[in-house]
Design a protein around this ligand. Structure first.
Ligand SMILES: *Cc1c(COP(=O)(O)O)cnc(C)c1O
Length: 426
């Protein structure tokens, strides 16, 4: 299996001649991943934020099977269907009332591209055609397509390679670490305001990941930064896009990242855990005001329409996933995960190779002093029955919400053992 993979398949952020080990998966159930080799792993990654309710869940399986027997796909131009309508209604129910219209797409990156196009077309409809740039912060991550790369961190995103192909957007300093933030002295806020003051006539929107910057560095910032940012966007007449593709649906301890700050975005991007990790589906939600303005100004249509828009299988399983999430006390689960992550990471951080640790909701982050050797440490994780995938100098844990205390304690114990093996000379 692995031999053919090496010949024919490309993996994420990998070389075509990747030397790192690959692990073939046979099946997965709950928080367990079963490898072809017979090895059983506890999942500490939720398959990159997605699998919040565990693998192979009977309710989610049922939803998708029932829809398969009706129809798996139908073009969304001219047709509609219950899975899309019910899911849009559900998203409406759980988001602030000013957010109204849901645009479905296939992936997080596309949901952000769509948000960018909505912003530009909104200002076009307001006869402000010069407002077409995006203002964002360093260390952000919004996807891998050319448009979203232009607003993701220039260094992490290797903009140097793609320089001539990327749109030039506007970057300001990343928000201060939550523990160091002070509203009165925040340099990042000052820079944000100065830039908005100077350039607002060319800026369509500010885009940011609320409360937690994900793939751009796993950084937690203060909720008051978001409160102030919302005020600044109002003051300088630019839209605020919140990219909740990673933070949405409870991961940070609140249903959405913006709930930490009690603010409402003009455009909201959702993805990843929307379907509980069953299928790729994303949504861009816009306010009534934006929807109305775009629709009233010629040509009166929004210029986007993915082929697989609102795929019925994906919408069905997403709806079942959200219903499942609200059927138990997910907030309590996330809180209990947060407590264990805090306690255990504090202990692990005594190892001299660790620079810092931080926790928000069901995300625990170990920042190492040096870049982590992923191939080497992952081998040890697998030997010890756990699945984690570090990047750069970050080792992070974000299990499904349904993990038991006992399972999480075991995961953290094994993580501690591996760290002490991998960094034993320090
Ligand atoms: C993962 C991610 C994306 C991109 O989503 P894909 O489904 O991989 O295209 C966009 N924004 C954020 C914040 C993400 O974490």
């Amino acid at each position: 299996m692995i031999k053919d993979d090496k010949l024919f398949v490309w993996h994420p952020y990998a070389s075509a001649v990747d030397k790192n080990p690959l692990y073939a998966v046979e099946k997965a159930k709950g928080v367990y991943i079963y490898l072809d080799s017979g090895k059983k792993l506890i999942d500490g990654m939720s398959s990159w934020w997605c699998v919040i309710n565990g693998y192979n869940h009977p309710e989610l399986n049922k939803a998708i099977k029932q829809q398969v027997d009706k129809f798996s796909h139908i073009m969304f131009g001219g047709f509609t269907h219950n899975p899309a309508i019910q899911l849009a209604k559900k998203i409406n129910e759980i988001t602030p009332s000013s957010l109204q219209k849901v645009f479905f797409s296939d992936s997080g990156s596309v949901s952000v591209e769509v948000a960018m196009k909505f912003s530009i077309q909104y200002w076009y409809s307001q006869n402000k055609t010069s407002k077409k740039k995006f203002l964002t912060v360093k260390n952000g991550y919004h996807g891998d397509t050319i448009g979203t790369m232009s607003i993701s961190d220039p260094i992490n995103g290797m903009h140097s390679i793609f320089n001539k192909s990327l749109l030039k957007q506007i970057y300001v300093a990343k928000p201060e670490d939550a523990r160091l933030y002070n509203k009165k002295t925040s340099k990042s806020l000052q820079q944000m305001e100065n830039t908005l003051k100077k350039l607002n006539s060319s800026i369509a929107a500010v885009i940011i990941e609320p409360i937690l910057q994900g793939a751009g560095g796993m950084r937690i910032y203060h909720s008051d930064y978001l409160v102030q940012l919302r005020k600044l966007c109002n003051k300088y007449n630019v839209l605020l896009i919140l990219d909740e593709v990673a933070t949405g649906f409870g991961r940070t301890g609140k249903l959405f990242g913006f709930n930490h700050a009690n603010i409402v975005p003009d455009i909201l991007c959702l993805g990843k855990s929307l379907t509980g990790g069953y299928m790729s589906l994303a949504a861009t939600v816009v306010t009534k005001k934006i929807a109305k303005s775009i629709s009233e100004k010629a040509p009166g249509i929004f210029m986007h329409g993915p082929t697989y828009m609102a795929n019925p299988l994906a919408c069905s399983v997403a709806l079942a996933n959200l219903n499942l999430l609200f059927s138990y006390d997910w907030e309590k689960n996330v809180k209990s995960i947060e407590t264990i992550l805090n306690d255990d990471l504090e202990k692990i951080s005594k190892n001299k190779a660790v620079k810092d640790f931080r926790v928000i909701g069901a995300v625990g982050i170990l920042e190492m002093k040096e870049k982590v050797d992923v191939g080497s440490i992952q081998k040890k994780f697998v030997q010890h029955g756990i699945w984690l995938r570090p990047f750069s100098n970050l080792i992070y844990v974000m299990p499904p919400y349904i993990i038991s205390k006992k399972e999480l304690k075991f995961l953290m114990k094994q993580l501690n053992t591996v760290i002490n093996m991998e960094y034993k000379d320090l």
